[in-house]
Design a protein around this ligand. Structure first.
Ligand code: ZN
Length: 285
């Protein structure tokens, strides 16, 4: 499942390929996606150019002068740029043809076998900072970005004490997206291990200093995964290209029954909010 690092790597790929490009044509498979494809709005963007390509939480944002086109990869989506002559493949659902500032033509294809992804349109409100688009995209996109300078131990401490939500487990609280965005299951498990925090501990019961360690761990793990994702993008053309390559660096995720690399205790697995949690019972308190 594409997580923040894969979305960031995709955004970088799109910036290289279609930044400043003008939409000339589009087509859609007609198969239903998570949200209806906004045909009329996309048609109205023909002749307009992309002025920025951004990521907010796990959404890809193509910014036009007055509009946003917003892509979510869902469970199995990928977005890839290719030669416009490339024949369509099974599960290619939306295709945009662009003419680039350097004269090249470039196609951008949204490919999604399971069709939990989406392409949405939103009007731009120039008086608001672009980050506020997160509010429109739902709770999972409303928190701070982990690379925002304001994301630190003080912020986590304040949020955990303010909100009633601080009573839930720290893992569930991190993953909800209203405090910090983009911390999926793997990264939550790994960051909590790195910070020595038991995943079932209540968010509001954790000290400011430990929350600082946690904020640093989240940022570091996501940054490493983005770098690693830079190597997986070469496989982007193959439908199974999104299979994670980060596995080798996981210390607890998927390692239940094995010994902890830090203390030799046995890594355990439990279920929290219908998701698997992996942790070391000795290192994490
Ligand atoms: Zn351990």
């Amino acid at each position: 499942m594409p997580e923040l690092p894969e979305v960031e790597v995709t955004a970088e790929h799109l910036r290289r390929e279609i930044m400043g490009a003008t939409l000339s044509h589009w087509s859609a498979s007609g198969k239903s996606l998570r949200h209806p494809f906004p045909k009329a709005k996309v048609e109205s963007l023909i002749g307009q150019s992309i002025i920025a390509i951004r990521r907010r939480a796990k959404f890809l944002l193509l910014e036009f002068p007055n509009d946003w086109l917003i892509i979510h990869l869902g469970m199995s989506g990928i977005v890839v740029c290719c030669d416009p002559k490339t024949p369509a493949r099974l599960h290619d659902h939306v295709r945009f043809d662009f003419s680039c500032p350097d004269g090249r033509m470039q196609a951008m294809v949204f490919h999604d076998p399971r069709r939990f992804g989406s392409v949405q349109w939103f009007k731009k409100y120039p008086q608001l900072p672009w980050q506020s688009i997160g509010q429109l995209l739902g709770r999972s996109a409303s928190g701070l970005e982990p690379f925002d300078p304001l994301f630190n131990g003080d912020y986590l401490f304040q949020q955990s004490r303010l909100s009633r939500g601080g009573r839930v487990s720290i893992k569930q609280w991190l993953m909800a997206g209203h405090v910090v965005v983009g911390v999926g299951n793997i990264y939550a498990c790994e960051a909590l291990f790195r910070a020595g925090i038991h995943p079932a501990r209540q968010a509001k019961a954790i000290s400011r200093a430990r929350l600082q360690t946690l904020a640093d761990a989240i940022r570091d793990i996501l940054q490493r995964a983005i770098h690693a994702g830079g190597s997986t993008i070469r496989d982007f053309h193959s439908p199974d290209g999104e299979a994670g390559r980060y596995g080798q660096s996981h210390r607890v995720y998927g390692h239940q029954g094995e010994t902890c690399s830090a203390c030799q205790a046995v890594i355990r697995r439990m279920t929290q909010n219908a998701r698997s949690t992996f942790y070391c019972p000795r290192c994490q308190r």
